[in-house]
Design a binder for this molecule. Structure first.
Ligand SMILES: O=C[C@H](O)COP(=O)(O)O
Length: 261
């Protein structure tokens, strides 16, 4: 089954709302409509930028989509600091990242918490980008495949095949995030292929064939081509390189199969 590549730019805690507008304008300017037939491109700004990004994208009818870096497991109520899926959906978000390794590590989010957020995203019509990935110790012990499969099972536990068909999975080896140390294309393929195999068990072969699996970790315009050229890698979750308009547009164009902007 043909899967349209997805390039998602996770800005993390960078750029205020004015800087956000400027970056989205630059990306949109350098990626004309023809690219969007072959690649989906989304930006994932901080919560405080989302309204500005929405106004720009909807007002100018840009073909980019946007999403959030996290979503509350709760719908509403006394959860100071949290943002609900309903709020994000009302803002027009397409995606919500859940279980990013920085949330898992810095905010002690375990698979159960990630599952709850995945369910909340789905409930409100958002596409969860469910992140999994091993640390360096696991990789060096050669246990990365079983570790990622276990994290996948925990993060999707009990979801119906229909729900699983609506998620995006992002494989992000923690040792490759923000380090400049990118996994080799075959490393990425090994784990992404194991993820797809497990999705067959968790859902069905048809569902597994349709789910997009991204790689994340030091992706840039130089390495994206080889990575997304792997049979089970359907795009990238991009951190640092998504903050540079030229780099992000170029790597999105490469994922679309060209031509370069
Ligand atoms: O969400 C994105 C990933 O954490 C990758 O970040 P990076 O491209 O800066 O390594």
């Amino acid at each position: 089954m043909a899967r349209k590549p997805l390039i998602a730019g996770n800005w993390k805690m960078n750029l205020n709302h004015l800087e956000a507008i400027s970056l989205v304008q630059k990306i949109a300017f350098s990626l004309p409509a023809k690219y969007f037939d072959k690649v989906d491109v989304t930006v994932i700004p901080p919560f405080t930028d989302i309204r500005s990004v929405q106004t720009l994208i909807e007002g100018d009818k840009l073909l980019l989509t946007f999403g959030a870096q996290d979503v509350s497991a709760h719908d509403s109520g006394a959860y100071t600091g949290e943002i609900s899926g309903a709020m994000l959906a009302k803002l027009g978000c397409t995606f919500a990242v859940v279980g990013h390794s920085e949330r898992r590590t810095l905010h002690s989010e375990d698979d159960a918490a990630v599952l709850a957020k995945t369910k909340a995203a789905l409930k409100h019509g958002l596409t969860p980008i469910v992140c999994i990935g091993e640390g360096l110790n696991i990789r060096e012990a050669g246990e990365h495949v079983s570790y990622n499969v276990a994290q996948l099972r925990g993060s999707l536990a009990g979801l119906s095949a229909d729900d699983i068909s609506k998620v995006v999975i992002a494989y992000e080896p923690v040792w490759a995030i923000g380090t400049g140390r990118v996994a080799s294309a075959s490393d990425a393929q090994e784990v992404c292929s194991a993820i797809r195999e497990e999705l067959k068990t968790l859902a069905s072969a048809d569902v597994a064939a349709g789910v997009r699996i991204l790689y994340g970790g030091s992706v840039n315009a130089k390495n994206v081509g080889e990575i997304v050229g792997q049979p089970d890698v359907d795009g990238a979750l991009v951190g640092g390189a998504s903050l540079k308009a030229d780099e992000f547009s170029t790597l999105s164009a490469i994922a679309a199969g060209g031509p370069l902007p």
